[in-house]
Design a protein around this ligand. Structure first.
Ligand code: ASP
Length: 524
């Protein structure tokens, strides 16, 4: 192989680095590092005489021998320098997991500044997991990392998708070659579409259109030209690129389904020793059977500091725990919201978050609800609020001021607020003297002694509350929607206080804990 040399034997254990030797007269536009991990794109039938015999992944030298036109060091064809890192034992992607993700991440870390972009040749079966995991492991990435593969083994078959997938992925990875805008994200390129990796799902086991992103548009498309929709691409920041190497593999996905009333079964699964996190695939917008014994399984998991993230079994749409009082019970057992995250991205995100020893259990749970690599269309920021006096307000008492002990987190502005509410946990409304309801007012950021007026900019809402017979003896989460005021008055990093008073009817509103929950739209 005169066009590629083994550059470094000891670089990354389990992989070898091959550098192209370019002829002097070649004007290569930029450079891409291809990481060869295996998959159908690198497979051949075991018996070459029988194309239907089982396929096996071939080692790199065999791969290069069979595809000289794509091998590193052929800039006349591809137009840029293409170096390669090859796994010594390339794998069917069914066998790719956290250990291999760390290898890929380490290769990219080591060579991040030398190349314009990276292309990972990967099996299609677990590609969305690898893409999701890498998106959380490569923090503050500045270069494109594009996974691709094939549905037809292309090394021996001229009717294939692998060749186009690979050459076009190199184009998207290398703006100097193709002229496309820089996409500093982990992507999947497949069948003419550039997709955000942690949004992708595998939709076809055999067809060429194997992936799509149900809750996010394609980042780009390839026709006679390559196109990238810059508005959708994550903006790079000026913080240093870093790589996560520790993962917590003890997370599991758990489906609810009609008939999962056998709580013993659920309890046994969720009590498996060592479990650190659970992705709970729930119905619709996050609902699960609400039998008290079933809910207790999750309350117990929370008490054992197991993060349970609720995602939807639907292909489109959002989990909306706590946005309405109807799903309040799941919040009370400590479940966290997954919004529109894919189950695969949720699993990989938990593997990364739960391995972060700098974070407490509470911080891990909070971070799971925030989009960190463009994986969710919404984020949730929760700010605990404290008060000095009794945890109640009466029609004849002074207003109660709830104040934070630290600023609300995040780097967002008020115009990104999608929904905001004041949540009173363990809330109870007691009506007195035959009052049919009480009227509650909420103000944001007032000082004690301020004159509270509805026409003041601090007014956040008026809420008329009755008590149904079901609620009469029950503690509940009282959610007070303050979205409009939050849009005007809040930004990430602010200290936000809330003041509550009863202005109508006779009664008491009491609670045990309170917080401000701010839902941010990550798509605007
Ligand atoms: N089983 C193969 C793999 O994931 C399938 C493929 O690449 O299409 O490695």
């Amino acid at each position: 192989m005169q066009h590629a040399i083994l550059a470094d034997d000891q670089d990354i254990p389990g992989a070898h680095y091959y550098k192209a030797v370019l002829p002097a007269d070649v004007n290569a536009k930029g450079a891409v590092l291809v990481i060869y991990t295996g998959g159908t794109i690198g497979s051949l039938p075991v018996d070459l005489a029988d194309p239907d015999s089982p396929q096996v992944v071939v080692p790199w030298d065999e791969y290069v021998r069979r595809t000289p036109q794509f091998a590193p060091g052929q800039p006349a064809f591809i137009g840029c320098r293409v170096d390669a890192y090859a796994f010594d034992k390339p794998l069917d992607s069914c066998n790719v997991g956290p250990g291999e993700w760390v290898m890929m991440a380490s290769i990219i870390e080591k060579h991040h500044d030398e190349y314009d972009g990276f292309v990972i040749l990967h099996g299609t079966d677990s590609m969305i997991y690898s893409a999701s995991a890498l998106s959380f492991m490569l923090i503050n990435l500045k270069k494109p990392v594009i996974l691709t593969g094939a549905q037809i083994a292309y090394l021996f078959n001229s009717r294939n998708d692998g060749a186009q997938n690979m050459v076009t992925a190199i184009g998207f990875a290398n703006p100097k070659l193709s002229g496309v805008p820089l996409v500093p994200e982990v992507c999947i390129y497949f069948n003419h579409k550039l997709l955000r990796g942690n949004r992708a799902r595998k939709q076809d086991a055999s067809g060429f259109d194997a992936y799509y992103t149900p809750n996010f548009p394609p980042l780009g498309e390839a026709g006679n030209r390559l196109f990238v929709d810059e508005r959708l691409v994550l903006k790079p920041n000026d913080q240093a690129f870093q790589v996560v190497r520790r993962l917590q593999p003890n997370v599991l996905t758990f489906d609810v389904y009609p008939g999962i009333q056998n709580t013993e079964l659920a309890r046994n699964i969720l009590n498996t020793k060592g479990i650190a996190g659970i992705v709970l695939r729930a119905f619709g917008s996050g609902n699960i059977p609400t039998k008290p014994e079933f809910l207790k399984v999750f309350r117990d998991a929370h008490a054992k500091e197991i993060v349970v993230q609720n995602v939807t079994q639907c292909l489109h749409g959002f989990v909306e725990l706590g946005m309405y009082e109807t799903s309040a019970e799941l919040l009370e057992v400590g479940m966290v919201t997954g919004f529109d995250i894919t189950p695969e991205a949720a699993l990989c995100k938990l593997m990364v978050l739960l391995a972060d020893e700098d974070l407490s259990f509470e911080e891990r749970a909070q971070k799971a609800q925030r989009s960190v690599a463009g994986e969710m269309s919404r984020s949730l920021y929760v700010q605990a609020l404290k008060q000095q006096k009794a945890l109640e307000v009466r029609d004849d008492s002074d207003p109660v001021r709830l104040a934070p002990d630290r600023p609300i987190e995040g780097n967002w502005r008020g115009d990104k607020v999608f929904n905001a509410s004041l949540r009173l946990y363990g809330g109870r409304i007691t009506l007195l003297e035959d009052s049919p309801h009480i009227g509650i007012e909420v103000y944001l950021n007032t000082k004690s002694g301020d004159d509270l007026k509805r026409n003041s900019p601090n007014f956040a809402g008026y809420f008329r509350r009755r008590v149904t017979s079901v609620e009469a003896d029950k503690e509940m989460i009282v959610g007070l929607d303050i979205t409009n005021a939050a849009r005007q008055l809040l930004n990430g990093g602010d200290r936000v206080s809330a003041t509550v008073r009863i202005v109508e009817g006779k009664g008491i509103l009491s609670w045990k804990d309170s917080e401000l929950a701010v839902f941010i739209n990550e798509r605007i």
